[in-house]
Design a protein. Sequence first.
Length: 233
Amino acid sequence: MYTFFKRLADILIAGLALIILSPILILAIIILLLTGEHEVFYYQRRIGYKNKPFYILKFATMLKNSVNMGTGHITLRNDPRVTLFGKILRITKINELPQIINVFKGDMSIVGPRPLMESGFKLYPEKIQERIYNVKPGITGIGSLVFRDEEKLISASDNPVAMYATISPYKGALEMWYQKNASLHTDFMIIFLTAWSILFPNNTLQNKVFKDLPAKEFVTSLHIQDHPIVNHS
């Protein structure tokens, strides 16, 4: 029953968002066309529901072939691969809005774990890999809320790849919490908190709304020397 109403809510919210946000979407498309720096949309293979791959849709914010440059699938704060207008799209999260189409198609939900590239997906512990996409991936989710400034955390490390891998188990634990507590109420609160965080980026309201979130258990040291993937890229 929850799954049925979640899908119904996804379609209704996505439809309403498409209508309300259409001026912003059209403006973004026009600016991207005029810049001539890259294509308007960016399609990328991600791991989805039941670990089956699909193609996510975003506004293009980075240089072409950027995944084969620098830190690969990991984007840093002030990443030189991000275009000027792309920075604006990423800060405002407008670059994520085309995923509304993925929601209509049924590839994604409004709320769920973020769909990762295979390389990022494999950084989850094996038990998390087996379960995290038992629900559809989402445009936003509890992991996205807690790590909404992930780029800053990773960029502060002298080994971004190792830091990304270090926080992955905790992100997985957050998504396991979501699956245990999944309900329409939880989903709507995550949607509200996502909107709130766009307006007030430094808030910690999610910890007051969801008081039983897993405790942080990842290393935040900026000097990670012994992580098993330190020399992996």
